[in-house]
Design a protein around this ligand. Structure first.
Ligand code: SF4
Length: 74
């Protein structure tokens, strides 16, 4: 499964870190790091983390936008 965190939205509340520490981690006060590709076995943890995020910054399996299909990496 794929995962995207909108880091412009993320306020580093760290709810996701508590719920899925294998996937999300905070470095310093507000730098969130995360795994963009996560094993299916962790789906439940990730969905819980996404639901708990106060600003809904976590997108699970985001749809690819048409302009991204066949992307040349820009
Ligand atoms: S729960 Fe949301 S706001 Fe908090 S660190 Fe995670 S992504 Fe950022």
């Amino acid at each position: 499964m794929r995962l995207v965190v909108d880091l412009n939205r993320c306020q580093a509340y760290a709810q996701c870190v508590f719920l899925a520490p294998e996937v999300f981690s905070l470095h310093g006060e507000e730098a969130l790091l995360y795994e963009p590709r996560v094993a299916e076995s962790r789906r439940e943890d990730v969905l819980r983390a996404a639901a708990a995020c106060p600003v809904q910054a976590i997108l699970v399996d985001p749809a690819r936008r048409p302009e991204e299909a066949g992307s040349d990496g820009r």
